[in-house]
Design a protein around this ligand. Structure first.
Ligand code: HEM
Ligand code: HEM
Length: 245
């Protein structure tokens, strides 16, 4: 594996090691908080608070995870020096990346409802802006095609939107039944999308070749599922010597 291959593996590894365990814990505590509230189950009163605290880390983690994937995809698409659009475009994209991370930190800290939703929107706009770059592979952008529904990208940016919404609406989810119902619906959809992401992410991992294999693999026709034949191996030429005895 070359450095670029390790960079590509950073996002899946972080997802498996950090994000999915957090999802499991947040889901369990969320269900316990509901069982305690609705069924009056005898569970510790801290379940709701612990769930929301973990949920906050989960939402922030998912945003950072997606930013890692998008940055790696955009930076490594072309060899260094051949970046499409040159330094000007690189600087613009860097500003969007920094702005998105700053908005995430701000959302974590601000209290006023208006600010929370503005920063949540800024984060989502930043993720969508980076995701819209031509270097980022998307199976399809047409919701009427089946490929769109199998797209790792679209499931990823949708789940970012849902998690950021839950993060921004934490105080409302706590106080207001309508917001709690909205949170339940958003989280159920989020759980399905996390499942889809685990499957489509593993599929993509299987399909992406290592850097040294790319020139050969990308010469294949993915529709007809054929690859050009390898060049015949070079036979060693026999030494030319005097003929006869
Ligand atoms: C995998 C993602 C998530 C799932 C499956 C999930 C699920 C749930 C469930 C089932 C409840 C109980 C609802 C009820 O009592 O009717 C709940 C409550 C709540 N969730 Fe989440 N949630 C998730 C992510 C988040 C995130 C990212 C936040 C943001 C901080 C969050 C904040 C809250 C809050 C504040 C409550 C109310 C807790 C209480 O009643 O004390 N959740 N969630
Ligand atoms: C929390 C769950 C996840 C989210 C929100 C997420 C989101 C994304 C996004 C938005 C991209 C960039 C668009 C693209 O290149 O398709 C991406 C890339 C990618 N994802 Fe995920 N993903 C998640 C989990 C996974 C998992 C579990 C795997 C594999 C085990 C995976 C494998 C990949 C691969 C191979 C890429 C290509 C680029 C790269 O590796 O940096 N993802 N993901």
């Amino acid at each position: 594996m070359q450095t670029v291959d390790w960079l590509w593996i950073l996002h899946p590894a972080l997802a498996v090691v950090m994000i999915y365990p957090l999802i499991g814990m947040a889901l369990r505590l969320g269900l316990q908080a509901r069982a305690r509230r609705v069924d009056k189950a005898k569970l510790p009163p801290t379940t709701g608070r612990d769930h929301a605290d973990l949920g906050q880390w989960l939402a922030a983690g998912v945003v950072l995870l997606v930013l890692v994937a998008l940055t790696v995809v955009i930076v490594t698409k072309q060899p260094p020096g051949g970046f499409e659009g040159g330094g000007g475009r690189a600087l613009q994209l860097l500003l969007v990346l920094v702005g998105t991370v700053v908005s995430l930190l701000a959302l974590w800290r601000v209290k006023a409802k208006g600010y929370r939703f503005v920063f949540a929107l800024l984060i989502w706009a930043g993720v969508l802006g980076l995701g819209a770059q031509p270097e980022v592979w998307r199976l399809s952008d047409n919701p009427l095609s089946p490929e769109f529904w199998q797209s790792h990208y679209w499931a990823g940016v949708s789940v970012v939107g849902l998690m950021i919404l839950s993060l921004a609406a934490r105080p409302e989810t706590l106080k207001d039944l309508r917001w709690r119902r909205l949170h339940l619906a958003a989280s159920a959809l989020g759980a399905v999308l996390f499942l889809v992401l685990g499957i489509t992410g593993s599929r993509d991992l299987l399909e992406i070749p290592l850097a040294w294999q790319k020139p050969t693999i990308y010469a294949c026709d993915p529709v007809k599922r054929v690859c050009p034949p390898f060049a015949p191996p070079q036979m060693p030429t026999p030494p030319v010597g005097p003929t006869g005895t």
